[in-house]
Design a protein around this ligand. Structure first.
Ligand code: HEC
Length: 159
């Protein structure tokens, strides 16, 4: 086929026809399922944003959050902090949750969060005690933010 003007016009008409036919098709076959799934995810993301903010996850997992009194744009949230927490055992760092959560499927994250044991000062009992719905919401909020940033330094034992 030669790429003259008529061919290009005809091809684009066929392609856009297919495109709209495809849209119409998916809309008639499963409109409610995909829409409710979409709304469910949107609601989860909203609830997750609220929980993360209220429970103070940003205090330790977002660089500068405490110093700037929470004035950090959401796209910079939960990427971890390179300022460590020094305790009797050593120094730990608030992990990059954007990279961490991205490696889990929803069910795996819920299972992990309910049994997670970490070093101080991470308040893991808060996560352990949360119900599935809240953990799901936190999961979808962090997945919505998307993987970003670098891993934080490893735990350093004292001495
Ligand atoms: C007071 C500081 C602090 C707060 C508040 C906090 N974390 Fe942490 N978190 C940490 C530190 C430090 C670590 C690393 C602990 C370690 O090295 O074992 C950690 C580790 C984790 C881990 C394990 C990650 C990994 O790489 O193994 C998860 C998941 C986590 N936090 C989620 C949360 C969530 C969700 C919240 C809010 C409900 C939260 N954290 C609040 C300090 C905190």
């Amino acid at each position: 086929m030669k790429f003259n003007f008529t061919n290009i016009v005809v091809t684009s008409i066929i392609l856009s026809g297919l495109f709209f036919w495809n849209l119409a098709e998916s809309d008639t076959t499963k409109p409610l399922k995909s829409k409710s799934e979409f709304y469910f995810k949107m609601k989860s993301v909203e609830k997750g944003r609220f929980l993360v903010k209220q429970l103070g996850c940003n205090d330790c997992h977002t660089a500068g959050y405490l110093q700037l009194k929470g004035n950090v744009p959401e796209n910079k949230w939960l990427m971890g902090d390179t300022i460590g927490w020094r305790g009797p055992l050593g120094t730990s760092y608030g992990s990059n949750l954007r990279l961490f959560v991205d490696t889990f499927k929803e069910e795996e994250w819920i299972k992990m969060a309910k049994t997670l044991k970490t070093r101080p000062p991470m308040p893991h009992p808060i996560l352990n005690a949360m119900n599935n719905e809240d953990l799901q919401a936190i999961y979808w909020f962090i997945r919505y933010l998307g993987p970003s940033g670098k891993p934080v330094p490893d735990f350093k034992p004292n001495g």
